[in-house]
Design a protein around this ligand. Structure first.
Ligand SMILES: [Zn+2]
Length: 288
């Protein structure tokens, strides 16, 4: 079975990106896995601290492992936005393929110091684990928000080089115009996120690392494609799936008000998620 680092190397060499989708429960996982399998593309499942606490750290690791083994499929698990060494260790010990240590709310110096320590400890638990670090600031959560956070801070190539050299991370998450969450205008379709493609190219050229685009939901299609070409190797999509999940659950409940079997209520949510995942994966892999 391939390791995540092999799949990253392959995607980077071909100028495509691996889709990363978050889950809180099993219906979303079903939708994402069906979408990835329909296209036969590798996929990363993300669980933030809240999401993994809800499912259970060892339980989510067991679910992903069971799919990987039963279908002999490149499906991987990331401890998305991990804020402490303790939580990073928990994920590594549970068998996660990737840990994102997010020290982006700390001072730059403190972010370097803590990320470096996480890299040292986590690699001693699993030398094959992929470790991502984050610089700049793009807001915090995958929610519907009223306005852009006013303290968004874009990353520079100089910062990126210093950060990767001092921490020895495998993957860098820079701030390049992306943002966590969705604005009401993005849901209404009157506004889209726009990315700083030149900045992505400059950071990639300077640091030479794999890079992750966070907060992908609501991004203009041409910017997604250009960002992948410019050097993004992983693209995160979460808010869009949460929105689709809610719409699907509401539709499932409305379809038959007497229905109480969850497995008969949830299919519209699973289908809505699968549709988005297929669309995004095609876009990230130049298949359209
Ligand atoms: Zn993120």
């Amino acid at each position: 079975m391939k390791l995540l680092r092999d799949v990253l190397a392959d995607a980077d060499s071909r100028g495509v990106a691996i889709g990363h989708f978050n889950i809180s429960e099993f219906a979303a996982l079903k939708g994402i896995f069906s979408g990835a399998r329909a296209l036969n593309l590798p996929v990363i499942i993300g669980v933030s601290e809240g999401e993994r606490e809800f499912i259970g750290i060892r339980q989510v690791a067991a679910l992903i492992k069971s799919l990987r083994e039963e279908y002999d499929y490149p499906i991987f698990l990331n401890a998305d936005h991990t804020h402490s060494l303790e939580k990073a260790k928990e994920a590594a010990e549970a068998g996660f393929d990737e840990v994102l240590f997010d020290g982006s709310s700390l001072s730059f110096e403190e972010n370097i110091a803590q990320t470096k320590e996480v890299v040292r400890v986590i690699r001693s638990i699993n030398p094959n684990i992929v470790i991502e670090g984050e610089i700049g600031y793009i807001g915090t959560s995958s929610e519907i928000i009223d306005k852009r956070p006013d303290n968004i801070a874009l990353s520079t190539p100089e910062e990126a080089v210093r950060f990767v050299q001092e921490t020895d991370i495998d993957v860098l998450a820079p701030a390049v115009g992306n943002m966590h969450g969705l604005l009401q205008t993005m849901i209404a379709g009157t506004e889209q996120k726009r990315l700083d493609i030149e900045r992505i190219k400059a950071i990639k050229a300077a640091c030479g690392k794999y890079m992750t685009l966070h907060g992908g939901s609501g991004t203009a299609r041409e910017d997604f494609a250009a960002a992948v070409k410019a050097g993004m190797t992983i693209v995160h999509v979460s808010s869009e799936l949460r929105l689709a999940w809610r719409g699907g659950v509401e539709a499932g409940l409305k379809n038959n008000s007497n229905e109480i079997a969850p497995y008969k209520i949830l299919p519209p949510a699973i289908e809505a998620i699968q549709k988005i995942v297929e669309d995004r994966l095609k876009l990230f892999n130049g298949l359209e």
